[in-house]
Write a protein that binds this ligand. Structure first.
Ligand SMILES: Nc1ncnc2c1ncn2[C@@H]1O[C@H](COP(=O)(O)OP(=O)(O)OP(=O)(O)O)[C@@H](O)[C@H]1O
Ligand SMILES: [Mg+2]
Length: 474
């Protein structure tokens, strides 16, 4: 009987001890998990500390002072030194939040759903999230590709990746073998009209600023040693590029280093505003426009003969200036001109200028609404191209080069509300760069043409030509 009692007590004790230990273990585990959870969420941890410490120590008032002090310091910092506030506080905080909330949390699901994860021997293999950089307008995510994947796989998945991470669009950038960057844009630095830049004191023909890139850098165009083709549907903003360019080189026009010969087949609608800046201007008669092109060929041939063996790239001077041919609607001369002879002469002159003019500083800048092969036959002879809003992805590839639409040049998706926005290829990047041209108002054009007109002796030539053409027509 006694033995039975002891046995029962021992069993109850063991049960209680066991249950106690289990409870203690569960509590320690739970507390540990809570601590870890808080450590992963420093803002929560800070909040908990704010509640616990003053309650335990009875220092509520002091804590209130500290909190107010920190808040006042941050506000003063942002107001007085916004750049350093953004660089050292706002951006790291944003980065930290986005890395945790958007990328780490959703990475696996996004990769699986967009088809970038692959089945492996031991389950699904997911591309590696190597790092995240957060800019003001975009996040840059470094990705370690899986074996057997290529950049093209990610380029194809871009729309899905953009949706998965709540971005406006996604572009792929190559890094080193096996590594790429996803540029996920969540804001648009080009959404607002960019006002025209002031006319510089000195023109740099190798780098004329005409707008802004979506990475915040200035968008510059080279004139020396190249030809420029601007394609975009009507109202896409071709005029703003032409005028930004002309204003950017205005000092060189004024001192005679650049002579602009302008052709406006639309009867002067685009270029007539700036007539005093042009050494020669033809707008109404196709004959006058074609003659102007042929005269440029003559200048080019003469210069090429004289400079053969002396230089490979002529640097313009006032005596031997750059002849800059600006053609507002190229197709009007080469495709839509009803007179076949004139059309053929225009095509022949332009082909010659585009193949031989570059080295002797006879440069063509041409705009066209329709870049198709049957309309602009010599598209590929322009080394520098800008694609604004276009109708179809194939037109984008026609202007910028095969595969550029897939690489992110979504000209067919530029809304009509963003004239002047387009894509270009730039030297330092394999991928197309999104840009927006500065907007030059009519008043700014008129005032530039007054303050930076071509030298008078050149303008006399314009009048002579006009009289000559008129007399011939009569
Ligand atoms: N860079 C720009 N920023 C803001 N608005 C612009 C810009 N460029 C053009 N716009 C707006 O879009 C309108 C049409 O622009 P623009 O005349 O330059 O187009 P376009 O491509 O030359 O058209 P078209 O082929 O019919 O001549 C302008 O009147 C202006 O209101
Ligand atoms: Mg125009």
């Amino acid at each position: 009987m006694r033995v039975d009692l002891v046995t029962r007590n021992d069993t109850a004790l063991e049960w209680f001890v066991g249950a106690g230990l289990w409870l203690l273990g569960a509590l320690v585990r739970g507390f540990g998990r809570l601590l870890w959870w808080l450590m992963c969420r420093p803002l929560w941890a800070f909040g908990v500390l704010l509640l616990v410490v003053p309650t335990v120590t009875g220092t509520w008032l002091q804590v209130l002072y500290v909190v107010n002090g920190v808040a006042a310091f941050l506000v003063a910092w942002e107001l007085t030194l916004p750049d350093s506030y953004s660089r050292f506080f706002a951006q790291p905080l944003r980065r930290w939040r986005r890395v945790r909330r958007v990328y780490r949390r959703n990475w696996e699901t996004a990769m699986v759903m967009s088809g970038m994860a692959k089945p492996g021997v031991e389950g699904t293999i997911v591309p590696q999230l190597l790092g995240v950089d957060c800019g003001r307008w975009a996040d840059y995510v470094e990705v370690g590709m899986l074996m057997g994947q290529s950049l093209t796989d990610y380029e194809r998945a871009c729309p899905a990746l953009a949706t998965s991470f709540g971005a406006l669009d996604c572009r792929v950038r190559a890094d080193r073998p096996g590594i790429l960057w996803l540029d996920l844009r969540h804001g648009d630095p080009l959404a607002k009209t960019i006002p025209a830049r002031p006319i510089p004191d000195e023109a740099d023909l190798g780098s004329v600023p005409v707008g802004v890139r979506d990475d915040g850098k200035p968008w510059v165009l080279q004139l020396l040693g190249t030809h420029l083709f601007i394609a975009g549907v009507t109202g896409s903003g071709k005029g703003s590029i032409l005028w930004s360019l002309l204003r950017g080189i205005a000092p060189a026009i004024q001192d005679g280093t650049v002579r602009v010969w302008a052709l406006d087949p639309k009867g002067g609608m685009e270029l007539a505003f700036g007539r005093p800046m042009f050494t020669r201007f033809a707008a109404e008669s196709s004959e006058a426009m074609v003659r102007l092109l042929e005269d440029a060929v003559a200048v080019m041939d003469d210069r090429a003969q004289r400079m053969a063996g002396i230089t490979r790239l002529h640097v313009p001077t006032a005596d031997e200036p750059m002849i800059l041919l600006v053609v507002d609607e190229l197709a009007s001369l080469t495709a839509y001109e009803p007179d076949r002879k004139l059309r053929d002469r225009a095509t022949a002159a332009l082909s010659a200028l585009l193949t031989k003019g570059r080295a002797v500083a006879v440069v063509v800048v041409a705009a066209a609404q329709d870049p198709r092969k049957e309309v602009v036959t010599f598209r590929s002879l322009f080394p520098t191209k800008v694609a604004l809003r276009l109708d179809t992805p194939s037109q984008v590839d026609m202007v910028l080069g095969e595969g550029m639409h897939a690489m992110g040049a979504a000209c067919d998706r530029i809304p009509t509300s963003l004239p002047g926005v387009g894509y270009v290829t730039v030297d330092d990047l394999r991928e197309p760069q999104r840009v927006r041209a500065c907007w030059v108002t009519d008043e700014q054009i008129v005032s530039a043409s007054r303050s930076h007109s071509a030298p008078v002796e050149q303008l006399i030539g314009v009048c002579e030509l006009a009289i000559e053409v008129r007399d011939e027509a009569a």
